[in-house]
Design a protein around this ligand. Structure first.
Ligand code: COA
Length: 393
C-alpha cells in the first residue's frame, strides 16, 4: 500500500480547441490550455516546481517551445521538451510525474502541444513519414504514415477475412462522439457509406480512415498525493504507467496485425497498478486511433479482444458508451484531431473529465469502478505508453 507521499494525482486540466488554428501563435495556443489548468487546480505559476512540454515540432515556428510557451505563460521553473513522436504527450506526463516521485518537487505541469498547420500538408506528411525509418523505408520507398497503416490494414483484412466497410465502423463511432465534444476538430456525424465514398489516401485506407492534421494543446497539473488532497476533492491518481520501445525498421517486427510495444507497455501498466488484466476493472479507455485499423489493433494489444476479434467489438457496439468497454468517448484522434505532441495529454484530460463525471451530455461514461486506461503510440509502434488512472476510492 502506497502512502500519499508516494502517489501522484491530476488536480487541474486544460484543453484548447483542436483544429486549424491560424488565429493563434504556438505560445497563445499553449496558454489556452495552461490557463484553465492553473485555474482548475486553484494555483498560480509560482506554485509549479517543474513543467514538461510534449512536442514533435519539426514543422512549426518555435524550435524551443518549452522555453517560449513557459515565458508567455509566466512559468520560470525548470522545464524540458519531450519527444516520443505521437506519444510525446505521454512522455511529458512521465517526466512530470517522475519529477514529483523523485522528490524534486510537489507540483508539476505536463503540457502537450502541436502546431502542424505552420507548414503545408505535403511537408507535414513527408516529415511524419521520415519518422518511420529514414534509411530503409523513407529514402528507398518514400513511406508515409497512411502507407504504413495501410500495410497493417491489408494484412489484418486478409488474415481475418474482414472488409474495408468493417474498418469504417471505427470512423462512425469516432465522429459520433466527436460531434458531442466542443473541443473536437470535426463535430459532425458520419456513416459507413460516407466513409466508403471518401478518397483513398493509401489503399485500403481512405480519408475517413485517417486522423487529420491538427493544431492543439492540452495541459494537466500533477501533485504529490498529500498536496493533491489539499487542492481538490476529486484527485485522479496515476496508478501505473507502462512503456516500451519497438524497432524503427518495420521488417524487424514480429507481425503486422498488432504492436509488440503496445502489448509490453500494457502488461507493465497493469502490473504496476496491481491488476491481473482488463477484466471488468475499467469504466473507459482512450486508445490511439490514428487510423481506423490502429483502433482495432489497440483493442487486441491492450487485451479488450482476442486476435482477429477487435472489429467484432466495434460491430456489436461494445465500445460505445453503453457497451462493455467504452472507448474514445471524446471522438478519438480521428474526429477530435491528432496534434501529435498534444494527443497524450489530451487523452489524460479526457480521462480526468470522465472520472470526475464532468464530460458533456451524451458522452459521459457510467463510472462504477472509478478506473480508466490510456493507450498512446508513437510512430508505427516505435514508442508505446499505457497509463492507468483511478479516483482512488
Ligand atoms: N477526416 C475527415 N475529413 C478530413 C480529414 C480527416 N482525417 N482530413 C482532412 N479532412 C477534410 C478537410 O477538412 C478538408 O475539408 P474541406 O475541403 O471541406 O475543407 C478536406 O478533407 C481536405 O483536407 P486536406 O487537409 O487538404 O486533406 P489532405 O488530403 O491534404 O490530407 C490526409 C488528408 C489524411 C492525407 C492527412 O490528414 C494525413 O496525412 N493524416 C494522417 C496524419 C498522420 O499520419 N498522423 C500521425 C499518425 S500516427
Amino acid at each position: 500500500m502506497k502512502s500519499e507521499e508516494e502517489k501522484v494525482a491530476i488536480v487541474g486540466i486544460g484543453h484548447s480547441k483542436f483544429g486549424k488554428r491560424m488565429d493563434v501563435s504556438i505560445n497563445e495556443l499553449g496558454w489556452e490550455a495552461i490557463r484553465p489548468a492553473l485555474q482548475d487546480a486553484g494555483i498560480t505559476q509560482k506554485d509549479v516546481d517543474f513543467y514538461s512540454v510534449g512536442n514533435f515540432g519539426y514543422w512549426s515556428e518555435e524550435i524551443l517551445p518549452a522555453v517560449t510557451i513557459g515565458e508567455y505563460a509566466g512559468l520560470s521553473c525548470g522545464s524540458l521538451k519531450t519527444e516520443a513522436a505521437c506519444a510525446s504527450g505521454s512522455a511529458s506526463l512521465k517526466i512530470a510525474m517522475d519529477s514529483i516521485l523523485s522528490g524534486n518537487g510537489k507540483i508539476a505541469m505536463a503540457i502537450g502541444i502541436e502546431k502542424m498547420y505552420n507548414s503545408p500538408n505535403g511537408t507535414i506528411i513527408e516529415l511524419i513519414g521520415r519518422a518511420g525509418n529514414y534509411f530503409w523505408e523513407f529514402e528507398n520507398f518514400g513511406m508515409t504514415f497512411p502507407g504504413y497503416y495501410a500495410l497493417y490494414a491489408s494484412r489484418y483484412l486478409h488474415d481475418y477475412n474482414y472488409r474495408e466497410e468493417d474498418l469504417c465502423e471505427s470512423a462512425v463511432k469516432a465522429h459520433h462522439y466527436g460531434a458531442l465534444n466542443p473541443y473536437a476538430q470535426f463535430q459532425k456525424e458520419t456513416t459507413i457509406e460516407e466513409c466508403m465514398k471518401s478518397k483513398y489516401v493509401s489503399r485500403p485506407l481512405k480519408l475517413m480512415d485517417s486522423s487529420p492534421i491538427t493544431d492543439g494543446a492540452a495541459a494537466v497539473i500533477l501533485a504529490r498525493g498529500d498536496v493533491a488532497r489539499k487542492l481538490t476533492d476529486t484527485p485522479i491518481y496515476i496508478d501505473g504507467q507502462g512503456y516500451a520501445t519497438g524497432t524503427a525498421y518495420i521488417g524487424r517486427r514480429d507481425g503486422y496485425t498488432g504492436l509488440e510495444a503496445s502489448r509490453r507497455a500494457s502488461e507493465m501498466a497493469l502490473k504496476k497498478a496491481g491488476l491481473e488484466g482488463i477484466g471488468n476493472n475499467f469504466d473507459l479507455f482512450e486508445v490511439h486511433d490514428c487510423f481506423t485499423i490502429a483502433e482495432v489493433m489497440a483493442y487486441e494489444d491492450v487485451g479488450l479482444a482476442r486476435r482477429g476479434e477487435g472489429i467484432k467489438l466495434l460491430k456489436e457496439h461494445q465500445t460505445y458508451r453503453d457497451g462493455k468497454f467504452p472507448v474514445n468517448l471524446d471522438g478519438g484522434l480521428k474526429s477530435k484531431g491528432h496534434p501529435i505532441g498534444a494527443t497524450g495529454i489530451s487523452q489524460a484530460v479526457e480521462i480526468t473529465k470522465q472520472l470526475r463525471g464532468e464530460a458533456e451530455k451524451g458522452r459521459q461514461a457510467e463510472i462504477r469502478k472509478g478506473r480508466a486506461l490510456q493507450h498512446n503510440v508513437g510512430g508505427t509502434g516505435h514508442y508505446a505508453y499505457v497509463t492507468i488512472y483511478s479516483r482512488g476510492d
